[in-house]
Design a binder for this molecule. Structure first.
Ligand code: RNT
Ligand code: ZN
Length: 418
């Protein structure tokens, strides 16, 4: 097997060299890319802070596949299993509800110490950490509004939670020596047609100003705000719309988070990436897959995933973009979901990196759209898979579907015994 993979790689290397693409160099670049893997695929966004709290905020996890993690130890064990099947070094994105503590703390009392064991774990495993305040699945979010709530008491609770989240993000970044990205997403919205479309947004704007007041540690933490077009139960109005988040980020030197599932069905983030980065320094992505009403299916190798990767690579935007994942499927093995989605993201980046970008841009600039289309189509059949297999092999992770029996075995030995 090993010899065959090597041989196939040599042939692929030659084919790409014919286009002026150095595959060895591409693999070195790919190995530098960190994906922020979302912890919440492992336990259906349950977290550890509040047992028996229903998921709210217009998002839903469907399915009852056995083996969901229910403790910090289990979740860590599952993540370690998943990353052992994914090439490269990556980050873990935590939500506030994943705090590891015996203290009885509410979201407006969280502090870095409640995440100390995660930092220890990250140091041990070599993973980076990202963070998210959890502005849902909580009694204070019961009527669909959080930080844009008309009641001062509710609003202040969420302002305090977000302010503390920023400090936890800064702590992660400082401790681990790699910048943390803290992402703020608010489910706030109306099920039915509002009269006043401005007031909640004005409240959200002022609330965010309070969250970001005081000294900001930009070296260790990047703050990003995530927009959404609608959620279940908030079909008519979302306070944190795209215009709101983009406007706030540009005016206040924050980043936006573009979630691939948060726009109208024919609207794609691949087109937004280079546009937003003309006006902001950095960008966070939530790579996801929308299917009808759902924004969070496991990422597959579809046209948009490739287009996202191409947008990042062709325009040289990888350095300013933080690639996070956001999907949750409880109808299949959760570790497999992580592995499939993350490997696909990396595979798409690889495909994009294997393009002869300069040559393609030259054709475009010369107005040779015939050759541009011809090349883009022929490139689809170039042997990127041989390069991917070789990459997995040299990174010490299973080649092709070789990871599946490992997950199956883990399911038998660990998941089904929970
Ligand atoms: C919801 C947003 C948000 C969440 C996670 C759990 O629509 O995409 O990012 O999925 O924070
Ligand atoms: Zn998201």
């Amino acid at each position: 097997m090993e010899e065959k993979i090597r041989k196939a790689y040599e042939l692929a290397k030659e084919a790409y060299a014919g286009l002026g693409v150095d595959t060895d160099e591409v693999l070195r670049r790919l190995a530098q890319v960190k994906i922020s893997i979302h912890c919440w695929q492992g336990d259906d966004i349950a977290g550890f802070l509040f047992k028996d709290q229903q998921l709210s905020g217009g998002i839903q996890v469907t399915g009852n596949y056995p083996g969901a993690a229910t403790t910090v130890t289990e979740l860590r064990q599952d993540i370690e299993k998943a990353v052992s099947l994914i090439p490269g070094k990556h980050k873990l994105s935590l939500h506030a509800i994943y705090a590891d503590t015996d203290e009885k703390v509410d979201l407006d009392q969280l502090a870095p110490r409640h995440f100390a064991s995660w930092v220890e774990w990250a140091k041990k495993t070599g993973m980076g950490l990202d963070f998210n305040p959890t502005c849902f699945s909580h009694p204070m979010a019961a009527d669909g509004f959080t930080i844009s709530h008309k009641d001062d008491k509710v609003r202040n609770f969420w302002i305090e939670h977000c302010r503390r989240s920023r400090l936890i993000g800064e702590y992660f970044g400082r401790e681990l020596g790699q910048k943390c990205v803290t992402n703020y997403w608010f489910p706030d919205g109306y099920k039915d047609i509002p009269v006043d479309r401005e007031a909640p947004r004005r409240r959200m704007k002022e609330a965010l100003d309070q969250v970001f007041a005081g000294p900001i540690d930009e070296e260790h933490n990047l703050n990003a705000i995530e927009s959404k077009v609608f959620g279940i139960g908030a079909e008519s109005y979302t306070t944190g719309s795209n215009e709101f988040c983009l406007g706030y980020a540009v005016q206040n030197h924050k980043a936006v988070c573009l979630d691939a599932g948060h726009f109208h069905p024919t609207e794609v983030i691949s087109d937004k990436i280079p546009t937003v980065l003309l006006f902001t320094d950095e960008l966070l992505l939530h790579v996801s897959r929308p299917v009808r009403w759902d924004s969070d299916h496991v990422v597959v190798m579809d046209d948009e995933l490739l287009a996202i990767a191409q947008s990042l690579v062709r325009t040289g935007l990888l350095d300013r973009t933080h690639i996070g994942l956001d999907f949750f499927d409880a109808s299949i093995n959760r570790i497999a979901a992580w592995v499939i989605g993350t490997r696909n993201m990396l595979k798409a980046l690889l495909r994009a990196m294997l393009e002869p970008v300069d040559q393609l841009k030259k054709l475009e600039n010369e107005g040779d759209y015939t050759a541009r289309l011809a090349m883009l189509e022929e490139l689809k059949c170039y042997p990127f898979a041989a390069v991917w297999d070789y990459y997995c092999m040299t990174q010490g992770v299973p080649v092709r579907e070789g990871w599946l029996p490992v997950v199956r075995e883990y399911e038998q030995q660990v998941l089904l015994k929970r």
